[in-house]
Design a protein around this ligand. Structure first.
Ligand code: ZN
Length: 370
């Protein structure tokens, strides 16, 4: 039984008045903060005769329209990919927002034919579906137009520095790269010349402090120009750079929620600086925990150690979904479920904050370490 939206809306406004009457047994009143706007929505269960209706009414009141999952297409999906996809998908679906799949295939050297289709098949096997699906390489012309505009504004220059020079001169940047010192700033590219310019093209970024907190409360404020230096917009191999393409694509698709792994948090301020330079809105960011693995004495991000091809020999889609969801605290161990089964009760408060160390057994099975 699906209550229609006007009935839910009426119930919601009724609840505003009578929330104490309904009490916490049936409703969880939720505050979704966004800047100074405070929206009250709720999710929970209503008992109606013999039926229990699971409800999520935040979709009636949420200001968010669209999230996105944007994996790079440089290999098969692995448990970390699936966790990121699941959390991003649940985040959007539980507030009634759309979630799009954007396949980031700009890295020509590392994207192999077949990876794109395989990634889509792996995600579908896991139980995820998408409101729309886009291929980042289809947007090259749009990326070029945005770069053209920055060139006309006199903000783009060609950089002759080798990677070794940037490493030697630059301070370590928060994302593990090296801040670019702005050595080549005087080499502005011409409006009619940048397309044939073989050099990496960089943006002269304004130096200023930007205040930014992600939705989990982490303070990501900083001066991107100081922390990272002028970012590359188009790389030596002719591909548009990750952050540049990513902010352009988020804006053009109307993405207003970006949910992704904690490893990407340190570079968020650079994305926001790019958005501000391009006159684009900043989506709400949220960063989540990662799966880690132990290599020798070091814990590092689980990456490619076991891919979905191997996992499929060991798990059904439902078993793997339940297993990964249990690792982050969403369901009890041993649960088998589809992503859609987790939508009604999804709550970020139930997702563990800290990273999760996994062990990969010889038969391809996954378990919590320790
Ligand atoms: Zn340079």
């Amino acid at each position: 039984m699906e209550p229609d939206s006007s009935a839910l809306r009426a119930l919601f406004y009724g609840l505003g008045v009578h929330s104490s009457f309904f009490g916490a047994t049936f409703f969880r009143v939720k505050e979704i903060g966004r800047g100074s706007e405070q929206i009250l929505g709720f999710s929970g269960r209503v008992h109606s005769g013999n039926d229990t209706i699971a409800m999520t009414t935040e979709k009636l009141c949420s200001t968010y329209n669209r999230g996105r999952f944007a994996p790079s297409t440089t290999g098969r999906a692995h448990p970390g990919t699936l966790l990121a996809a699941l959390l991003c998908w649940l985040d959007a679906r539980h507030i009634g927002a759309e979630v799009i799949l954007r396949l980031e295939d700009l890295d020509r050297e590392r994207t192999k034919p077949g990876y794109v289709d395989q990634l889509e098949r792996d995600l579908a096997w896991f139980g995820l579906d998408w409101s729309a699906r886009t291929l980042q390489s289809d947007a090259r012309e749009r990326h070029g137009q945005a770069l053209d505009r920055l060139v006309r504004e006199g903000r783009v220059y060609g950089c002759d520095c080798s990677r070794a020079t940037v490493r030697a001169v630059g301070r370590p940047a928060p994302d593990g790269s090296h801040a670019y010192a702005g050595t080549c700033r005087a080499q502005r590219v011409r409006v009619d010349g940048w397309r044939d310019d073989p050099r990496p093209l960089r943006l002269h970024l304004d130096s200023r402090m930007i205040e930014l907190h992600d939705e989990s409360g982490e303070d990501l404020s900083g001066n991107a120009a100081k922390l990272f230096g002028d970012p590359i917009l188009r790389r030596r191999d002719g591909a548009f750079a990750y952050h540049f393409a990513s902010v352009l694509d988020d804006a053009s698709a109307g993405v207003d929620r970006v949910v992704r792994g904690r490893d990407l948090a340190p570079s968020t301020i650079l994305q926001v600086a790019l958005q501000q330079t391009l006159g684009l809105a900043t989506p709400r960011y949220r960063h989540h925990c990662l799966f880690l693995e132990r290599r020798g004495d070091k814990l590092s991000k689980l990456h490619g150690a076991v891919d979905v091809e191997t996992l499929r020999t060991r798990y059904s889609g439902e078993e793997l979904c339940g297993t990964l969801a249990s690792f982050v605290g969403l369901v009890s161990p041993g649960t088998s479920c589809r992503p859609v089964d987790l939508v009604a009760d999804f709550d970020w408060a139930r997702v563990c904050r800290g990273d999760v160390e996994l062990r990969i057994r010889e038969n391809g099975g996954l378990s919590l370490a320790g």
